[in-house]
Design a protein around this ligand. Structure first.
Ligand code: ADP
Ligand code: MG
Length: 226
């Protein structure tokens, strides 16, 4: 007989599977990394080099999981009414320690009652990928500002940093898979971010100046609350 899964059911199964796999794979990657580090301590110079390369590759694998599946859950993910201030405050808790490690400052200011519709896990993934880029771009006296407000029935969220910035060439390539200027970059973070924001009917625009900093402006339709 003939049994066909609906496209949405298929996507659901794939994303649940991906979430479980990501979860299960992270630990062995970490353990292997630890042993390689241990072994490399007593290695010859030549072998140290190989251990270093092996560790870099493991980091790349872990980075790919981080870009795609940090907040993914093995159970069903639904579209819900989300409070932007609340979501951003969760992000703040996660990002603040990273900013501090870079000697920078993080300011988050969001209006109350900004509601949008989407998946909370995906929203967090999109914003983590952008915020991580800001953190990674920080130089001395780094500052990251996040603001959220309502404008013309839209929710506007803006992330500004005073980091490395980008030239026109880099800006044009943003969101292309594997475009990265970092030695340990995946070049997948923003591709994932653009997809998520589009799927939530949002838009994402970057402004940047080399040496000055970068501004990402995200707009979502304001959800009807009745
Ligand atoms: P990755 O971070 O792994 O390199 P991304 O897709 O997250 O991949 O970002 C792609 C590239 O875009 C980065 O390598 C960097 O060159 C540039 N970029 C993104 N955000 C910023 C930012 N806030 N400041 C400076 N450069 C950025
Ligand atoms: Mg990134």
């Amino acid at each position: 007989y003939n049994y066909q899964l609906q496209q949405s059911e298929r996507m659901q199964i794939i994303s649940e599977l991906a979430a479980s796999i990501a979860h299960e794979i992270r630990n062995p990657l970490q353990v292997t990394r630890g042993f390689l580090q241990l072994l490399s301590r007593n290695a010859t110079e030549a072998n140290k080099n190989y251990y270093g390369m092996a560790i870099n590759e493991l980091d790349r694998a872990a980075g790919i999981i981080t870009d795609y599946l940090t907040f993914a859950k093995p159970e069903q993910e639904t579209m819900v009414l989300m409070d932007v201030k609340q979501e951003l405050s969760t992000m703040e808790t996660i990002i603040r320690p990273m900013v501090m490690l870079h000697g920078g400052i993080l300011n988050v200011e969001a209006s109350e009652h900004l509601k949008i519709i989407g998946s909370s896990a995906k929203f967090k993934q999109a914003f983590m990928n952008m915020l991580k880029n800001s953190v990674e771009s920080l130089q001395e006296d780094g500052t990251i500002d996040v603001v959220a407000y309502e404008e013309n029935s839209a929710v506007v969220i803006r992330i500004s940093d005073n980091g490395l910035g980008m030239d026109e060439d880099q800006l044009a390539k943003l969101g292309n898979p594997y475009f990265s200027t970092k030695t340990k970059g995946t070049g997948l973070g923003l591709m994932v971010t653009f997809r998520i924001i589009e799927a939530m009917n949002g838009t994402l625009v970057f402004h940047s100046e080399k040496g000055k900093g970068t501004e990402a402006t995200i707009r979502f339709p304001l959800a009807n609350q009745d």
